[in-house]
Design a protein around this ligand. Structure first.
Ligand code: APR
Length: 244
């Protein structure tokens, strides 16, 4: 395994355009449950009952309770070492962009500036009928109402069956295509179109480094697979980089 770390560190060191692609696993060490792991959210709740527009329209209060519960947990959550190292690498010019499937804003909390949020952001809300969109300053006590048109507001996240914002998706694909090295951290890689991004980058010649304690749908295309938790692997890579 050591030589795999050296291979990965050398690729990062020599990268012209390093991009990170992250999923729920990078926030797991912060105490935020993943979706599909053994204790994942989708093992406790049915996504179709919560994370779909239909579920929301049928029972907005119930869906809002679920999101308020997640926000309650998130509000005091600190970023992991892995989030922080990615932010450090961006500051040093080693890393160009973070493309994340996560809505928890922990990359930004860690100091990352160039973050593409494919699936939205749990701290933003938008009206279901007008263009009113805003960022929550504190936890909503109940379902927020639009102060423009009076209709209900929803979390500004992408639900199953919904299209991603086409511009955000294009930006993410473009960053993937520009990358000569992509570090993929903590994703099962089973959700599309997000899961296409590392695969597309690979077909365009990018060197793929995957960090995940379990194999994923990305592992078959990884040039280096580090079977490790995000923060452990990122600390090892950070130390190796300083000695190269
Ligand atoms: N470090 C790195 N990876 C980890 C860690 C850890 N400490 N703990 C778990 N993982 C890995 C798991 O092995 C799994 O492969 O993180 C991955 C999490 O996979 P998912 O739960 O499927 O999360 P993700 O890939 O982000 O899901 C994509 O699905 O439900 C939708 O919109 C939701 O953005 C989400 C999308």
């Amino acid at each position: 395994m050591e030589e795999e770390y050296i291979k990965a560190a050398k690729a990062i060191k020599q990268a012209d355009y390093l991009v990170a692609f992250t999923g729920a696993g990078i926030s797991a060490e912060c105490g935020i449950p993943t979706f599909r792991g053994k204790d994942g959210l989708w093992t406790k709740f049915k996504p179709e009952e919560i994370a779909t527009y239909q579920a929301f329209i049928r029972n907005p209060e119930f869906v809002w309770q679920w999101y308020i519960m997640r926000m309650e947990k998130l509000k005091d959550t600190k970023p992991s070492e892995a989030h922080k190292i990615l932010a450090e690498w961006e500051k040093k010019g080693i890393l160009k962009t973070v493309i994340t499937q996560n809505v928890d804003e922990l990359h930004q909390k860690a100091g990352s500036k160039n973050v593409i949020e494919l699936h939205g952001n749990i701290w933003r809300i938008k009206c279901i009928y007008c263009d009113n969109k805003k960022r929550l300053k504190k936890l909503p006590k109940s379902m927020p109402r639009c102060d423009k048109c009076g209709n209900i507001m929803r979390p500004d996240v992408v639900w199953f069956g919904e299209a991603l914002d086409p511009l955000i998706l294009q930006l993410a694909f473009d960053e993937g295509l520009k990358s000569d090295v992509m570090i993929v951290i903590g994703t099962s890689g089973v959700v599309y179109p997000a899961g296409h991004i590392p695969v597309r980058a690979k077909t365009m010649g990018a060197f793929i480094i995957e960090i995940n304690p379990e194999e994923s749908a990305i592992t078959p295309v990884a040039d280096v697979y580090l079977a490790e938790k995000a923060s452990v692997a990122m600390k090892k890579l950070k130390n190796l980089l300083s000695s190269l």
